[in-house]
Design a protein around this ligand. Structure first.
Ligand SMILES: NC(=O)c1ccc[n+]([C@@H]2O[C@H](COP(=O)([O-])OP(=O)(O)OC[C@H]3O[C@@H](n4cnc5c(N)ncnc54)[C@H](OP(=O)(O)O)[C@@H]3O)[C@@H](O)[C@H]2O)c1
Length: 222
């Protein structure tokens, strides 16, 4: 019997964590990665309790914290911090994932972009630029891998109730204003992103590659 092995980078909290638990339910073997040992070990214990196999690998894909703010306050360092995580992190992850997947002619990569990968974001220009880059990398990798049995797609969430959203919004007022742009009038839950990732990863999505799925409560329909 083939057991599906799923690697989730940035998998310790928020969307990654919910996705790890969703794959565990499907009987996959999990490898979760992030920077914090304790959170990593706790998640592994939680997944194992559900009867699935899991391991934690400590990995940091960048150097510094990013700094949201207007373009006039951005620096080469704030640019590098965001691009190191979102773009270089995606590039290096895909490089090593593809080096395993291409020789076996099988695999599915799902990169996490954002609705800001499709629109500008006042006050978060560098983040928006980085997520546009993630979408470009995703499409290019999908074309490079096309026909090999390896698919590459993206999921673009709207505002999702995670630690990142609170860090990003900084104040409750700004968070409320971000959520007010969502036609469903609320932020999404990580558990509402995870099934989309599980589906796109699965063989049920065998004709889907190079796509970017918006999971955003209707935000991008406006
Ligand atoms: N929440 C939203 O509203 C929203 C909307 C659109 C898109 N997204 C995207 O969804 C993805 C997940 O975000 P989230 O909301 O789930 O955020 P989150 O709760 O903050 O989770 C981020 C995860 O990434 C890991 N991580 C952060 N920096 C890392 C680094 N340098 N190296 C390795 N791992 C690192 C964190 O673990 P450690 O701290 O232990 O490393 C954590 O597990 C991100 O790409 C984000 O841009 C989120």
């Amino acid at each position: 019997m083939n057991t599906q092995v799923v690697l989730i980078t940035g998998g310790l909290t928020g969307i990654g964590r919910a996705t790890a638990l969703a794959f565990a339910k499907e009987g996959a073997q999990l490898v979760v990665s992030g920077r914090r040992d304790e959170e990593g070990q706790n998640l592994v214990a939680e997944i194992r309790k559900k009867g699935a196999e899991a391991d934690f690998i400590r990995a940091d894909v960048r150097r510094e914290e990013d700094v949201p703010g207007p373009i006039t306050e951005q620096t080469a360092e704030s640019y590098a911090a965001t691009f190191d995580t979102n773009v270089l992190g995606t590039l290096l992850s895909m490089k090593h994932e593809l080096r395993v997947m291409l020789p076996q002619n099988n695999g599915s990569i799902v990169n996490i972009s954002s609705t800001y990968g499709h629109t500008g974001a006042p006050g978060a220009s560098v983040y928006s630029a980085s997520k546009h880059a993630v979408e470009g990398l995703t499409k290019s990798a999908a074309l490079e891998a096309a026909g090999t049995g390896v698919r590459v797609n993206g999921i673009a969430p709207g505002p999702i109730e995670t630690p990142m959203l609170n860090r990003f919004a900084k104040t409750e007022e700004r968070k409320a204003s971000m959520v007010s742009n969502v036609p469903l009038k609320r932020a999404g839950r990580p558990e509402e992103i995870a099934p989309a990732i599980v589906f796109v990863s699965s063989d049920k999505a065998s004709f889907i590659t190079g796509a970017a799925y918006l999971v955003d409560g209707g935000k991008s329909a406006r």
